[in-house]
Design a protein around this ligand. Structure first.
Ligand SMILES: [Zn+2]
Length: 287
């Protein structure tokens, strides 16, 4: 299941601007206690206030409820489910994927859910997201807002591999595991190439790939129903999560490198001069 990144979170924010702004929060149910990371102001302070805005910062979703912000990081397996009619009975805490349920004054609302056992979904209720949410305070410039010159300077000042550089939210924010694979494939660059080793031409190619990949995904996703976003994302991937399938550009077989709890996918012909990359997990097992 691909985790939500810049295009999906932006599309969710757009969806909430269409459907939640102007409505009043009547109640917020907390079913997954571990997802709430703040205590002041309390979750209950949102009740009775009007939703006045919805936006994205990095991969964080920010619902502005008359100056109190409900900030959500969906992590790997979190999602927002919009529901035209929410059940009114309070949910049972600790059972199933539901973490937080937000009721609006017309009976609609949304559930924040998380599948699986690794709980990473994080919800913050704050007055100032940029100073009170640590992950937002540390964010680097937005991947769609940074200009070519600043992007080149960030990459050239960074030691380590491109895959890690692109997904480091403190360097450039909004790109995760799936779109970094896609961007590197579009730019025809190896995920293992050193960020500070890029030529001027390569860094420009990478910058263009960031913009086209994220902009194309945004154009497909903004305006879609929340429920359709994940399928839309999956259907348009070139290499990510496509191990063993043909590269849509050259037909070579998409390969994978596995790490302890994640993996990356790439096309050898397009990205690494036809040479498969060493899979460190495999070589560790063989050592
Ligand atoms: Zn290829």
């Amino acid at each position: 299941m691909p985790m939500p990144e810049l295009p999906e979170v932006e599309a969710l924010a757009a969806f909430l601007r269409e459907n939640a702004v102007g409505k009043v929060v009547t109640r917020v149910d907390l079913a997954g206690i571990q997802s709430l990371k703040t205590f002041d102001p309390p979750l209950s302070s949102l009740a009775g206030l009007e939703v006045t805005g919805a936006s994205r910062t990095g991969k964080f979703l920010d619902l502005d409820v008359s100056g109190i912000h409900l900030v959500v990081h969906l992590a790997r397996a979190g999602w927002l489910h919009w529901r035209a009619e929410l059940p009114t009975a309070p949910p049972k805490p600790g059972k199933g994927p539901l973490a937080v349920r937000v009721h609006l004054d017309d009976g609609a609302g949304f559930d924040l859910t998380e599948q699986g056992t690794r709980k990473g979904l994080a919800v913050y209720v704050v007055r100032s997201p940029s100073s009170e949410v640590p992950g937002i305070a540390r964010l680097g410039p937005d991947a769609l807002a940074v200009d070519a010159e600043a992007f080149a300077a960030l990459m050239k000042g960074r030691k380590g591999q491109l895959k890690g550089a692109l997904t480091d939210q403190t360097l450039v924010s909004g790109i995760g595991n799936a779109y970094s694979d896609e961007i590197l494939h579009v730019a025809k660059l190896s995920p293992f190439k050193g960020a500070d080793k890029l030529t001027d031409d390569e860094v420009l190619r990478l910058y263009d790939a960031v913009r086209t990949t994220l902009t194309d995904a945004l154009e497909r996703q903004v305006g879609q129903q929340a429920a359709k976003l994940k399928g839309e994302k999956r259907a348009n991937l070139r290499v990510h999560a496509r191990t063993g399938l043909p590269c849509p550009v050259c037909g070579d077989t998409v390969r994978e490198v596995s790490f302890a709890d994640t993996s990356l996918q790439y096309c050898p012909t397009c990205q690494t001069g036809g040479k498969p990359l060493a899979d460190r997990r495999m070589s560790k097992l063989l050592r």
